[in-house]
Design a protein around this ligand. Structure first.
Ligand code: GDP
Ligand code: IMO
Ligand code: MG
Length: 432
């Protein structure tokens, strides 16, 4: 029995969806524990691409059970849309295959509107570049103790009362602060009655079920969203998402005891990308950055925005190892580096005459960081055919080895293409 957490080590889009899909064959249960449909996790199976925003990426395996934990924020319309799409592909998502935590908070229509109004009100340079999905306002209400939980829908009087109170407060903001139109109770109430009709059979106690699964010897895979540098506490605040993205939240966001986690796989893209605003010390603004963006197909899976690209940042990787307790890396998109004559890895930063080996806490300092690079020769061969590390050019193996040395963390998985089969499993995290 082993329980494994997968997290992003950078600014998201490291290839978590692909690796979760790959490792699902060794798991019985797959759990999302934070974030919402700001996530976009891509899987390519038999040449067919699937993008999941809310449903765990393990859903394509028919015999596995998926869970959406209490730490996730759920936009019911998006969830239902994803379920219907899967059904249209011949994969009906029944309550035997998916359970939703009654404690998960709901993204309400006014959260999405507030997300848009707040971003629009920020001056240039201060904008976060959110996905506009209502994530921040929803988590905000959760912390302020006025949020509406999925389970609240099952108690009509409670739901009405909470909805009424929220609408009064939000309409004050819309009309008095943002000069926007108010929202109407009746329209939202009836929309959510329809959602309830569809989702009621899926609502349950995820913590109790996971405990039962664990005691029954089942293997559990926890699927993180976003990445370590987008963590609300440990990331480049305020240019972050509104949840904890680090591995510790796998337990909080699903109601699972920390003593039962056996391994933490950090997904590390072989270079770095970021969508939205915020510091990015190893960002490239030249033809090399454009080449990585194009060869890597670096467009946001949720918003379609072009991803900013840069060299691998080992300071970020080391931060991730420390903050998540990473036991092994899955290094993805190595194939995208083919053809680069020289590769650079940022091993430290310089700022104000100081040499830094961790991301500083002060955002102003973060914006001034100058990466200190070490260089390595690249390889010219295409490597998507590689089935074992021995099939890789020596220079690609050297690059992986150097990452392992700098981070003192082994590479457990190497990925050389988007497809399920374009992967080398060096050490299975489910095997103790
Ligand atoms: P996630 O948010 O971490 O799940 O990552 P995304 O799905 O947003 O972005 C990763 C993108 O890279 C997707 O389009 C994947 O299909 C693709 N991908 C994943 N691993 C590899 C790889 O090893 N090589 C290449 N070329 N593409 C990959
Ligand atoms: P996955 O799971 C990359 C970024 C947004 C923005 C910031 C805040 O696919 O890796 P939010 O809408 O969460 O309030 O936006 O976080 N962001 C992501 N960037 N991948 C993601 O998810 C992201 N989810 C949010 O671009 O900068
Ligand atoms: Mg993504």
């Amino acid at each position: 029995m082993a329980n494994v957490v997968i997290i992003g080590t950078q600014w998201g889009d490291e290839g978590k969806g692909k690796i979760v899909d790959l490792l699902t064959q060794y798991a019985d249960c797959i759990v999302r524990f934070q974030g919402g449909n700001n996530a976009g996790h891509t899987l390519v199976v038999d040449g067919k691409q699937f993008i999941f925003h809310l449903i765990p990426s393990g859903i394509l395996y028919e015999k596995k059970k998926c869970y959406i934990g209490n730490g996730v924020v759920i936009d019911p319309a998006v969830l239902i849309g994803e379920m219907q799409k899967l059904e249209a592909n011949g994969l009906p998502v029944t309550p035997e295959r998916l359970m939703l935590s009654a404690n998960a908070h709901l993204i309400m229509p006014y959260h999405k509107l507030l997300d848009g109004c707040s971003e629009a009100a920020l001056k240039a340079g201060k904008k976060i570049g959110t996905t506009g999905r209502g994530i921040g306002p929803c988590y905000g209400d959760k912390i302020l103790r006025c949020g509406i939980k999925l389970g609240d829908l099952l108690d009509d009087a409670l739901f009405r009362e909470k909805l009424q109170a929220n609408i009064e407060e939000k309409n004050f903001l819309f009309t008095k602060k943002f000069g926007a139109d108010p929202v109407a109770f009746d329209a939202i109430y009836s929309e959510f009655q329809k959602h309830l009709e569809l989702l009621a059979p899926y609502i349950g106690n995820v913590s109790v079920e996971l405990d039962r699964a664990r005691k029954g010897g089942r293997h559990i895979l926890f699927e993180g969203a976003q990445g370590t540098q987008l963590d609300i506490d440990h990331g480049t605040y305020p240019f972050v998402t509104s949840s904890n993205t680090v591995a510790g939240n796998a337990c909080i966001g699903s109601g699972f005891g920390p003593a039962h986690i056996d391994a933490v796989v950090g997904i590390l893209k072989a270079y770095t990308t970021r969508v939205g605003e915020g510091p990015f010390p190893s960002e490239l603004f030249d033809a090399t950055g454009d080449a990585l963006q194009q060869k890597g197909g670096e467009f946001g899976a949720t918003t379609g925005r072009k991803r900013r690209c840069g060299w691998l940042d080992a300071v970020v990787a080391n931060d991730a190892v420390r903050l998540n307790g990473v036991t092994g890396f899955a290094i993805t998109k190595l194939d995208v580096l083919s053809g680069q004559p020289t590769l650079k890895i940022a091993t430290a930063y310089e700022e104000g005459g100081e040499r830094l080996t961790a991301m500083p806490c002060n955002i102003r300092r973060t914006e001034r960081l100058k990466p200190i690079y070490e260089e390595m020769p690249g390889w010219s061969e295409e490597i998507r055919h590689a089935k074992t590390p021995d099939d890789l050019p020596a220079k690609a193996r050297d690059y992986v080895k150097r990452i392992e040395e700098i981070t003192e963390t082994p590479a457990m998985i190497l990925s050389v293409g988007p497809g399920r089969e374009e992967t080398m499993l060096i050490k299975n995290p489910f095997e103790k």
